[in-house]
Design a protein around this ligand. Structure first.
Ligand SMILES: *Cc1c(COP(=O)(O)O)cnc(C)c1O
Length: 366
């Protein structure tokens, strides 16, 4: 069976350095909020080209805490609305509801599967406070268009970069540096993955960064003095040290993913299959290679029978989830079509040329 994602192999390639990092943390005797976290935050801020990186426990917390911080800063309040793509992974939407704000679901474009900037303005109301674009599957949204709208209506832009570590515009701006703040996930399967849960926030806003640093640590800037009713969402030393190792390999691994994607794009040729579009080479880091087809479940069964593991990202649209019954009546035909037709092919930095050939041949014979 060709694995959808061979995490074992991805991490084996870094084993020596990861074991050394583990030993350093073990032997330091200091496991929370120490030099390994500070070092990773500095490295990731530099990598993204931003002033501040704040480590947190996971990607969902990163987004929840950004919105929470804007509430504490008096910029957002309960009941305010945030525009979010209707076809995102549900975590982007959960972060809005968790703060008692209202998610406004906007359809994506079928060309990019990202938020369609042409549909944003008609959803802006007097209560809109932010746009939360998601660089889905690893491809940057049209951030020029989104930022222009945000500026016109004085909205915050909060990027969800959980799937897009390292994606870069033609001007060289990296994901996490397009808006007011960005949330990253380092869940093991993401392009930059820890060996457990981990996340981070990037921003150029000093006040926001300070507020976040308190919120994630019980609401405290200074030990035993609490300014906010905060949470515990710290990124621990061990994951930070492991992430510093993985970060050194991110550019090479993203480039390896691009090579897989180029082969799929050039070699898959089947009228039943719709391939993804590429806006610009570096704007995509191919977290997922998502194709569309009419009989998606049948194709998936066929590929399984051919020893090729695939995954559906995602089978149920957020507004059709039981958790969001209140959104169930929304008419979102593009998003529903996407959820019915998408299938993710294996893609990773460790997929071999032979495996790619086998996958291409199977799909072309389908
Ligand atoms: C993975 C993911 C998240 C959540 O990250 P966790 O670290 O799993 O909490 C949020 N948004 C998107 C788009 C994701 O893919």
């Amino acid at each position: 069976m060709i694995k959808f994602l061979d995490l074992f192999q991805i991490n084996q390639n870094h084993k020596k350095e990861l074991m050394a990092a583990f030993e350093q943390v073990l032997d330091s005797g200091w496991y929370i909020m120490g030099k390994h976290l500070a070092a990773f935050e500095q490295q990731f801020a530099t990598y993204c080209g931003v002033k501040h990186c704040i480590g947190v426990a996971n990607g969902l917390d990163a987004l929840i805490l950004i919105i929470r911080a804007y509430k504490e800063m008096g910029i957002f309040k309960s009941g305010d609305e945030i525009i979010v793509p209707a076809n995102t992974y549900i975590a982007s939407i959960l972060a809005i509801s968790a703060n008692d704000l209202v998610p406004i679901l906007v359809e994506p474009s079928l060309d990019s599967y990202n938020l369609d900037p042409l549909l944003i303005e008609q959803h802006i109301t007097a209560r809109t406070v932010a746009i939360l674009p998601v660089h889905l599957y690893g491809q940057l949204c049209n951030m020029d268009a989104i930022n222009t709208i945000a500026k016109k209506y004085n909205l915050k832009v909060i990027e969800d970069c959980a799937q897009s570590q390292g994606a870069e515009s033609v001007k060289g701006t990296k994901a996490g540096n397009f808006g007011d703040a960005a949330g990253f996930s380092f869940y093991p399967g993401k392009n930059l993955g820890a060996l457990g849960d981990a996340g981070a926030i990037t921003t150029n806003d000093e006040v926001l960064a300070e507020t976040l640093r308190a919120l994630l640590n019980y609401g405290s800037h200074v030990k035993y003095k609490n300014k906010f009713k905060g949470v515990n969402s710290r990124l621990d030393e061990l994951q930070a040290a492991l992430l510093s190792v993985k970060l050194t390999g991110l550019e090479v691994e993203n480039q390896a993913r691009r090579k897989v994607a180029v082969r799929y794009l050039n070699e898959i040729s089947n009228p039943k299959i719709i391939l993804p579009n590429l806006v610009s080479d570096k704007a995509h880091v191919w977290h997922l290679f998502v194709i569309r087809t009419q009989n998606r479940d049948e194709l998936q069964q066929y590929l399984t029978a051919n020893e090729i593991q695939t995954v559906i990202h995602y089978p149920i649209a957020p507004h059709k989830q039981e958790a969001y019954k209140e959104l169930g009546e929304l008419h979102l035909p593009i998003s529903e079509k996407i959820h019915k037709e998408v299938l993710s092919l294996p893609i990773s930095p460790v997929l071999s040329e032979d495996e790619i050939t086998k996958i291409v041949d199977a799909i072309n014979k389908y």
